[in-house]
Design a protein around this ligand. Sequence first.
Ligand SMILES: Nc1ncnc2c1ncn2[C@@H]1O[C@H](COP(=O)(O)OP(=O)(O)OP(=O)(O)O)[C@@H](O)[C@H]1O
Ligand SMILES: [Mg+2]
Length: 216
Amino acid sequence: MIRLQNVHKSYRKNGLVTPVLDVPELEIPVAQRVALVGRSGSGKTTLLNLLSGLVKADSGLVQVDDEDLTTMSEAACDRFRARSVGYMFQSFHLLDGFTAVENVELGASFAGRSGPRKEAEQLLVALELGERLHHFPGELSIGQQARVALARALIGSPKLVLADEPTGALDGETANTILDLLLKKSLEQGVTLVVATHDLEVAAAFDRIVRVEDLQ
Ligand SMILES: Nc1ncnc2c1ncn2[C@@H]1O[C@H](COP(=O)(O)OP(=O)(O)OP(=O)(O)O)[C@@H](O)[C@H]1O
Ligand SMILES: [Mg+2]
């Protein structure tokens, strides 16, 4: 269960404070599949970052699985994220010096699980990248990099999967492959899924649509 209460987030630069997100109240039950929509700059990525513990709220409660991420130490937050969260970033953040399958494997080894090579390969094959296991990110198309990033988020079956525009860089057919895998994993494993998307057709496949502008 995810619970946000009176969350406020601003960014400060050169003495200038820019408020970016206010969430008076948001609850997401376990295993719910949620699409976050909203115009560019509305705070979708910021909200995903708050849920992952990567970014701290200025005030309010961000509770994931009974853990309050706002008061947790940095180290505890890192452990929580490694153990419980799979995050596909909007700009992927793949490691250049590692192949596709190694990047996916790393997703699991950060979480302290060993021997995930087989699962990494299976995920990449399911995402139609069986022929690209040993390519480096620089040798992959943007859409292929997106799929590697998604496999890295899914490996090891985290309880919470966050995905930021997972279908943004893809053609319709590949987007459907990604979406099907995300929804299937969450259904089979009771994963809570929070996905930012600007594609309303994609959003319609989820249990619930949350418009970020409407939260405040
Ligand atoms: N590190 C930062 N420092 C300062 N401002 C930031 C920072 N990160 C985000 N912002 C600002 O916060 C606001 C929300 O950004 P965010 O990335 O969450 O939007 P978004 O809804 O994900 O947009 P998009 O659809 O373009 O990805 C934007 O106005 C952005 O300029
Ligand atoms: Mg974004």
